[in-house]
Design a protein around this ligand. Structure first.
Ligand code: ZN
Length: 501
């Protein structure tokens, strides 16, 4: 039996007992009034008792929960008639925490007059935006020459929705060197998340320095070092040549190795550096008296107004001395003979005439052809050359057509007369087989030898651009490979061919 009912019955029995006590006494008007008031009071007490509601201690009639948020429904502490009746409370209703919605929970408490219930509303909501996490750096340094490569991202949301596919990626230009990559996503409850990655377009490519002239230079002691400079090209900033800083210097009066440093920085601070090695040498150290490792560049059949000046320019630029075996020249070309002489080159005798049928008819004809030119050169320069190159070389056979055995005799005659004659052991082929400057170059460099003196046959007759265009590279090759360039003097050991006539 319900404990509350027992209490009530006991109370009513007490009231009934009091009533009976009143009834068996004599009737009295005042007593009757008091009795009536007592009865009304008793009925009120009984009614209040019957109608009293239990106290269900819920925290709030409405609770908001984020989706997937853990929540445990507990039976609320409940009292009825000042007694703990929590154990008798029944819970009705369920909540799906994984699903947005409104759920009603009912707490049911038994009372004397039936079931009493309290409702609680649980709202499962999603008001939390997703979280986008960028992989890689949030500030992305992009080389201007490279393509942007998306480093990727992850996206998480409190709902278990997979949002990765829903992320929208867009680009927002800030300025020429800066833009933002914008990642945005909205979950099914309309919560929006946005992340930005800043892309800085940077120049990380250094300029390229190219040295004008040789990176390895050899110049004789007491000569002049002429700074040829360098060019610097930057992919982004263009030609920076005039901003190159050149440091270091060459003491041409002291033999040794010197370094000239070329440095350049582009606008973004990318630095490039190159070094030129300049060796100032004492001739005696670098070349032995027998001429090993020496290159004697010789130019025959000049001077010519078109080629000779340009050859002289290159020789001057490279600080290299050579030998010109000249033919008779007009007065308008005298300045070239003077220039050859004044610029330290040797002038040798090729012949007043180059016509074989005239010069090889007799020993006298040949010697006259030599001395006639010798005198003319002496008039022009004040210097009387004593070095000879035979037209066609001492090995020529064409002279057989005009005088048998003339070369055998002349080779002795000229030496007896105080001359020295020079053939060649490296032929550029520029008057014969070589068709291009590349062929000229190859013919020369492929036939050089360190173990001898190298006398190189070339020509500065008019129109010989093949040799002109190959000359710088030939000189560079020689310098880079440890050769020394010299001009032929009367003290240079003769280099001669086998005589064939
Ligand atoms: Zn010739």
């Amino acid at each position: 039996m319900d404990i509350y009912l027992v209490e009530l019955i006991v109370f009513l029995l007490v009231v009934l007992l009091v009533t009976i006590i009143f009834m068996i006494k004599k009737k009295n008007k005042l007593k009757l009034v008091l009795f009536t008031l007592f009865m009304i009071f008793s009925v009120c007490i009984a009614g209040t008792y019957l109608l009293e509601k239990p106290h269900v201690y819920i925290a709030s009639p409405e609770i908001n929960l984020q989706i997937n948020q853990y929540f445990e429904i507990k039976v609320p502490y409940t009292t009825y008639h000042m007694k703990d009746v929590t154990a008798s409370v029944k819970v009705n209703g369920t909540v799906d925490y994984n699903k947005v919605g409104t759920y009603e929970i009912e707490y049911e408490v038994p009372t004397i007059i039936g079931e009493y219930s309290v409702e609680q509303t649980i709202n499962v909501v999603d008001s939390i935006k997703p979280t986008i996490t960028l992989k890689g750096d949030k500030v992305y340094n992009l080389s201007y020459s490279a393509e942007y490569e998306e480093p990727g991202f992850t996206v998480e949301d409190n709902s278990s929705e997979n949002l990765a596919e829903k992320v929208k990626i867009s680009k927002e230009e800030i300025n020429e060197t800066e833009y933002d990559i914008i990642y945005s996503v909205e979950d099914s409850s309309g919560n929006m998340a946005v992340e930005r990655r800043k892309v800085l377009v940077i120049d990380d490519i250094a300029p390229v320095i190219s040295l004008n002239g040789n990176a390895n230079m050899r110049i004789p002691i007491n000569s002049t070092y002429k700074e040829k400079g360098a060019t610097a090209i930057d992919e982004k900033d263009g030609d920076l040549s005039d901003k190159i800083e050149i440091s270091g210097n060459v003491n041409t009066s002291k033999a040794g190795e010197y370094k000239i440093k070329y440095t350049i920085s582009d606008k973004s601070g990318n630095r490039a550096e190159k070094t030129r090695k300049v060796i100032v040498y004492k001739e005696s150290i670098n070349s032995s008296s027998d001429g090993t490792g020496v290159i004697y560049l010789t130019f025959d059949d000049g001077p010519s107004s078109s080629i000779t000046p340009k050859i002289l320019d290159i020789l001057k630029e490279k600080n290299v001395k050579a030998t010109f075996f000249v033919l008779n020249y007009s007065s308008s070309l005298e300045y070239l003979i003077k220039r050859e002489y004044n610029e330290g080159h040797s002038i040798g005798i090729h012949g007043y005439s180059h016509v074989y049928s005239e010069i090889y008819t007799s020993d006298e004809a040949f010697m006259n052809n030599v001395t006639k030119l010798q005198k003319k050169i002496a008039t022009t320069t004040g210097y009387s050359p004593t070095i000879i190159r035979f037209p066609g070389g001492s090995s020529n056979t064409v002279s057989k057509n005009y005088n048998k055995g003339i070369m055998s005799r002349l080779s002795k005659t000229v030496v007896d007369a105080g001359f020295r004659y020079y053939d060649w052991n490296v032929s550029s082929g520029d008057a014969g087989g070589a068709q291009t400057s590349t062929q000229v170059y190859n013919n020369v460099v492929n036939n050089l030898s360190k173990s001898r003196s190298n006398v190189v046959l070339m020509h500065d007759f008019g129109g010989n651009t093949k040799t002109l265009n190959a000359l710088s590279d030939i000189i560079d090759y020689g310098l880079e490979n440890g050769y020394v360039f010299k001009s032929i003097t009367k003290d240079t050991p003769m280099v001669t061919h086998h005589i064939n006539n």
